[in-house]
Design a binder for this molecule. Structure first.
Ligand code: GLC
Length: 548
């Protein structure tokens, strides 16, 4: 799609979620307002000015609904209310109003694949074989030997089937036994869940991120998943079989069409899907004729080895695989993945920030990445995440990337006046918002500058993408202004040694606008670009769009 051969929308036709930047909050860890050690909605409301200052467009909040918290809110017991830990519906309305007043959008998390065992629907469903809601979940008879019906595995360890002693059948759960999967082949479930979306869309919510959207439909014949020949004992137990019959089934797209149609009844709402899939599968989630989700999350930068040739290739492959009119997006971190500053180191995290905010497509930032927060090692006795508890010691646990936001030098980094639910990083006295706001060379200042640049330059928000080269540790690309606006060369050194990049003809003279070290602005470039170790540069080209 980088050829620019089909008609692009005019600037006015781009919608907010294409031009905008999304910021993800893990609500338990963002800001506590009542001293219980857990973040809440009034806490988020009190921090809205941070988003205005940083200049992001939308805030996505991980689940805030009533839940027994077996999976910290991804086990929903009531889809249309707020967990008292987080506040009330009134608190939510206030947050929405205050956010909208500042021109900020609010995106919620929709968890349609499974409910909590505590959801009244499941309580009814498990109560008897002939309960009208029996078929709202996935029930199967035991195998002949009395064991689980087939070899399907839970993402969080162990079989994906749990026996209900009372009724003698097994129910399916892709995650914890406390998270039974809904049966999306039942139209009553579809309607009930669309009503849930309507409830929030009517309230004014600007969009949803849909949890594990590729899991919604499973094989109707319950066939065994094939064994994975590459798996060996010691690996993640879930990978022992390939999830051929449990995820990414063709019928899932019919369900997504229903969701999308509902969204289209409202103005300006965004539908985002969580899609951990290879690029060639992922792009199907845009749907036939773009009738699927607006943005299937693209996690390639999270999953990739941090190597220039590799990253360059994956960007190129993603760009080429996008369907006509499919808008790209990029994610560096989230609440399920180790933080970028821990994955690639603090110096490369600056290069990664430059990449995220100069690539073509909607960027999603994860709270705390803007100050270079790192994973926090959690002592065994303080582990909260059920995944780590079930499959310990393999680095699968997600507590390290979910620790409290570091606001200031105050006790507990200004997150809570109580005892935080997860330990605050020991790095908070220097790694915090307040300290970094005043430091012109901080990670936060870099994020601010990058966002500022993206905002001010049409080529960055909407321009075309062209790979220039990937040689040794250096990855370089051009963002072309399409209507005679300025074009930019982005050169990123993904390694610890200096390099000289020979700029390609047509993109070889310009002026540095931004270095990840925040110290080289206005330097002229002619022919060659010198990059220091771990340095990224954005260069404004003298000849707009002359290259290619
Ligand atoms: C998604 C969520 C993750 C959760 C899982 C089950 O992957 O991001 O946090 O545990 O789904 O809902």
């Amino acid at each position: 799609m980088s050829e620019g051969t089909f008609d692009r929308p005019s600037e006015q036709e781009y919608v907010w979620w294409q031009r905008g930047i999304v910021y993800q909050i893990y609500p338990r860890s963002f800001q506590d307002s009542n001293g219980d050690g857990i973040g809440d909605l009034p806490g988020i409301t009190s921090r809205l000015d941070h988003f205005r200052w940083l200049d992001v467009d939308a805030v996505w909040i991980s689940p805030i609904y009533p839940s027994p918290m077996a999976d910290f809110g991804y086990d929903v017991a009531d889809y249309t209310d707020i967990h008292p830990i987080f506040g009330t519906l009134d608190d939510f309305d206030r947050l929405l109003e205050e956010a909208h007043g500042r021109g900020l959008k609010i995106i919620l998390d929709f968890v349609p694949n499974h409910t909590s065992v505590e959801h009244p629907w499941f309580k009814e469903s498990r109560s008897s074989w002939d309960n009208p809601k029996r078929d709202w979940y996935i029930w199967q008879d035991p195998a002949l030997d009395g064991g689980p019906p087939n070899n399907w595995l839970s993402n969080f360890g162990g079989p994906a089937w749990t026996l209900d002693e009372e009724t003698g059948q097994y129910y399916y759960h892709a995650f914890l036994p406390e998270q039974p999967d809904l049966n999306w082949r039942n139209p009553e479930v579809v309607n009930a869940m669309l009503d849930v979306l309507r409830f929030w869309l009517d309230r004014g919510v600007d969009g949803f991120r849909v949890d594990v959207i590729w899991h919604l439909i499973k094989d109707e014949h319950f066939r065994d998943n094939p064994e994975n020949p590459d798996w060996s004992p010691g690996d993640n137990p879930y990978d022992a079989v390939v999830s051929l019959y449990t995820a990414d089934r063709p019928e899932v797209h019919d369900i997504i069409v229903h969701m999308r149609r509902l969204f289209d009844e409202y103005e300006g709402r965004v539908l985002i899907g969580e899609t951990y899939l290879p690029v060639e599968r992922l792009v199907h989630y845009y749907g036939e004729d773009q009738a699927g989700v607006h943005l299937p999350f693209n996690f390639q930068l999270i999953l990739a080895d941090w190597d220039a040739a590799n990253v360059s290739q994956l960007i190129q492959e993603y760009e080429e695989a996008l369907p006509a009119g499919g808008w790209p997006n990029w994610v560096l971190s989230n609440h399920d993945q180790h933080r970028i500053a821990s994955r690639v180191g603090l110096e490369q995290a600056r290069v990664a920030a430059m990449m995220l905010l100069t690539l073509r497509g909607t960027p999603t930032l994860y709270y705390g990445d803007e100050i270079g927060m790192r994973d926090v090692e959690i002592p065994a006795e303080l582990v909260q995440d059920p995944w780590e508890k079930n499959v310990p010691g393999k680095g699968l646990g997600r507590d390290p990337e979910r620790t409290p936001m570091q606001w200031s030098r105050e006790p507990n980094a200004g997150f809570t006046r109580g005892v935080p639910w997860l330990p605050v990083s020991k790095e908070y006295p220097s790694t915090n918002i307040e300290a970094q706001r005043d430091d012109p060379h901080s990670m936060l200042s870099l994020y601010r500058r990058l966002i500022d640049l993206r905002r001010g330059e049409p080529a960055m928000e909407m321009g075309d993408y062209r790979t220039v080269s990937a040689f040794r540790d250096v990855l370089a690309y051009v963002r072309d202004g399409r209507r005679g606006e300025d074009s930019f060369l982005v050169a990123l050194n993904l390694g610890p040694h200096p390099h000289v990049l020979k700029a390609p003809e047509g993109a070889d003279t310009g002026t540095v606008v931004l270095s990840t070290y925040l110290d080289r602005a206005e330097e002229e470039v002619a022919g060659e670009v010198e990059l220091r170790p771990n340095e990224g540069l954005v260069i404004r080209l003298n000849e707009p769009a002359a290259f290619g």
